[in-house]
Design a protein around this ligand. Structure first.
Ligand SMILES: Nc1ncnc2c1ncn2[C@@H]1O[C@H](COP(=O)(O)OP(=O)(O)OP(=O)(O)O)[C@@H](O)[C@H]1O
Ligand SMILES: [Mg+2]
Length: 150
């Protein structure tokens, strides 16, 4: 079953991410898809602040993964937009099983390297301030999470 959430402002997206954070567990994997400027990084910022991470979250530019070790759980923020070649060589797997939370922007570019159980969120731009987020949970933990948050 798919779940939908309509975000009418950046604040709505931040709050949604904070609500999902409250259901976090070790090795959680959240995959974000959607065009440029659709709000993926905004989502990561909301999640990070709820984890208690005080650093400013920006998309990793020179590396594909940025680690924030100082929150309630470690956060691994990946942005694979600029990935060249195969994802096998980057060792994403290691992050997915490291006990923290992984959030991947442009995850559709590394489908072959994603764990089977994960939460996929697709961002669609409706107009300047409106986004529709479609949630696709794979696995019981993620289905339960969607049931309780959405
Ligand atoms: N409802 C909304 N939710 C999230 N962001 C919104 C919303 N409405 C407007 N915005 C704006 O859209 C922009 C989203 O930028 P953001 O960097 O999060 O996009 P992105 O999906 O990460 O893009 P990229 O693919 O380039 O990394 C921000 O400038 C934000 O203020
Ligand atoms: Mg981004």
């Amino acid at each position: 079953m798919d779940y939908k959430f309509t975000s009418r402002s950046e604040k709505d997206t931040l709050e949604l991410a904070q609500n999902i954070e409250s259901e976090k567990f070790p090795n959680m994997v959240i995959c974000l898809e959607g065009e440029l400027g659709s709000g993926k990084t905004v989502f990561v910022k909301g999640f990070a602040s709820a984890l208690g991470i005080e650093e400013n979250v920006t998309s990793p530019t020179f590396t594909l993964v940025k680690e924030y070790p100082n929150g309630e759980l470690p956060l691994y923020h990946m942005d694979v937009y600029r990935l060249e070649g195969s994802c096998d060589t980057v060792g994403f797997d290691e992050y997915f099983n490291k006990g923290g939370v992984s959030i991947v922007e442009w995850s559709d570019l590394i489908c072959d390297c994603l764990p089977e159980e994960r939460l996929t969120i697709r961002f669609k731009i409706i107009d300047e301030n409106t986004r529709v987020l479609v949630f696709e949970p794979s696995g019981k933990q993620y289905e339960d999470l969607c049931d309780s948050v959405l």
